[in-house]
Design a binder for this molecule. Structure first.
Ligand code: DX5
Ligand code: ZN
Length: 220
C-alpha cells in the first residue's frame, strides 16, 4: 500500500487569494491540486496556463494539475514544462494516451491518467506501466461539493488489483471527506483529493491532518 498523501483542491478556495489559500495547507498537505476546466470537456470553466504559472511560483507545495479539458495531447505537456509536479489528463479526451504520458514524463512531471465514474478501468490496464498515477473520479468531474459516488468503489478495488506491484499511485477525487475517506483507503486509494472538506473547514490545515489520520488508520 502506498503512503497516504493528501492533495487539497483549490477549486473550493477563495480564487482572489489562491496563493494564501495554498499557504494555509502547506504545512500539512503533500500537494496543491489545481483543477483546470475548459467549459467543453466539463461544463465549468476555471483557469489555465498563465494562472498555473503564477501558482507554481507562489506555492511551497508541488502542484498536482488535474486537466478536465479537450485535447490534452496539445496542452498537458505545457503544464509539465512549466514545472507542475504531476499532470493528469482524462483518457476520455486523449487521442494518444501512451504518447501523451511519455511526453509528460519527458517534460519532467509525473504522468497521471483520469477515469470518469462511468469509464471502465479494464481497457487501460496495459497502459499502467506508462503512468505514475491513476485517478479514479468519485464524482462526475466539473464541480466541487458533490456527493461521493459509492458505486465507483468496486472499480477502485479492481484498479488497485490491476496496479499490483507497479509503482503507480491510485488517486481519488470527488466527495472525499471524513465520512468517505476510509472507504476509499479500504478500496486501495493512496492519494486523496479533497476540496470542500478542506477549504470549507474552519481550519483547513487541521482538516488535512484529520483526513490523513483517518486514511492511515485504515492502512495499519
Ligand atoms: C471536480 C474536481 C475536484 C473537486 C473536488 O471535478 O476535480 O478536484 O475540487 O471537490 P470536492 O472535494 O468538494 O468534491
Ligand atoms: Zn480534481
Amino acid at each position: 500500500m502506498g503512503r497516504v498523501q493528501i492533495s487539497p483542491s483549490i477549486l473550493s478556495a477563495d480564487f482572489a487569494r489562491l496563493g494564501e489559500e495554498i499557504a494555509a495547507v502547506s504545512d500539512t498537505a503533500d500537494w496543491a491540486h489545481v483543477d483546470v476546466m475548459d467549459g467543453h470537456f466539463v461544463p465549468n470553466l476555471t483557469l489555465g496556463l498563465p494562472v498555473v504559472e503564477s501558482l507554481l511560483k507562489a506555492s511551497a507545495l508541488p502542484v498536482d494539475c488535474h486537466l478536465m479539458i479537450e485535447d490534452p495531447d496539445r496542452w498537458a505537456p505545457q503544464y509539465a514544462e512549466l514545472g507542475a509536479g504531476s499532470v493528469t489528463f482524462h483518457v476520455e479526451a486523449a487521442h494518444a494516451p501512451i504518447r501523451l504520458a511519455r511526453e509528460i514524463r519527458h517534460q519532467g512531471a509525473r504522468a497521471g491518467m483520469a477515469l470518469k465514474p462511468a469509464t471502465p478501468v479494464e481497457p487501460y490496464v496495459d497502459l499502467l506501466p506508462e503512468l505514475d498515477m491513476l485517478l479514479v473520479m468519485t464524482v462526475e468531474p466539473g464541480f466541487g461539493g458533490q456527493k461521493f459516488l459509492d458505486v465507483v468503489l468496486p472499480k477502485l478495488r479492481r484498479a488497485k488489483a490491476a496496479i499490483g506491484d507497479l509503482d503507480v499511485w491510485l488517486q481519488v477525487d470527488g466527495g472525499v471527506s471524513p465520512e468517505t475517506i476510509e472507504r476509499c483507503a479500504e478500496a486501495g486509494a493512496d492519494v486523496f483529493v479533497a476540496g470542500s472538506a478542506v477549504y470549507s473547514a474552519a481550519d483547513p490545515s487541521r482538516a488535512v491532518e484529520h483526513l490523513r489520520e483517518l486514511a492511515e488508520r485504515v492502512q495499519q
